[in-house]
Write a new protein. Structure first.
Length: 156
């Protein structure tokens, strides 16, 4: 039951993130870098409780590469702009489309991995989403740096 609660919480947080970014929001460094770090840490911690096999590790690495790639593609579809002297980020319809395609590909990849012998619990949702957000973060951070504009201050 606890895993379902964590999954529901993560899913709710991702939905809120996507909605906020579809509307456009100030780019706050703590939020941009924090979300992937927290999700990856939670996912990695859950893996420490398992006895990962070599097959699990290979499938996990492949899934992470796919997640990083989709995150990077998703970041390339976002719009960075200046408002009130700071950077803002807005998802475009293309960004949302990449989220949907990535979810479908990851679902298919997960089914393939499990059918090929990967343990289902060796692919935590928190880690998958965190790695994908890391791919997005790396590209957004690079694009943000090129603009020369500052990140927004954290909200109070």
């Amino acid at each position: 039951m606890r895993e379902w609660l964590i999954a529901a919480g993560v899913l709710a947080a991702v939905v809120v993130l996507v909605i906020r970014r579809l509307r456009g929001e100030p780019l706050v460094a703590r939020e941009v870098f924090g979300a992937p770090a927290v999700l990856i840490a939670i996912g990695a911690y859950s893996l420490t409780k398992l006895g990962l096999t070599a097959a699990d590790a290979v499938w996990l690495a492949l899934g992470s590469a796919i997640g990083l790639g989709f995150g990077a593609v998703r970041a390339a579809t976002t719009r960075l702009f200046e408002r009130d002297g700071v950077l803002w980020l807005r998802y475009t319809p293309w960004t949302f489309a990449v989220w949907v395609v990535a979810a479908a590909v990851n679902f298919g990849f997960g089914a393939l991995a499990v059918s090929a012998g990967m343990h289902e619990e060796a692919r935590p949702m928190t880690l998958s989403i965190g790695v994908s957000l890391l791919g997005e973060t790396l590209v957004v951070a690079r694009r943000a740096k090129v603009t020369g504009l500052p990140y927004a201050r954290p909200r109070a």
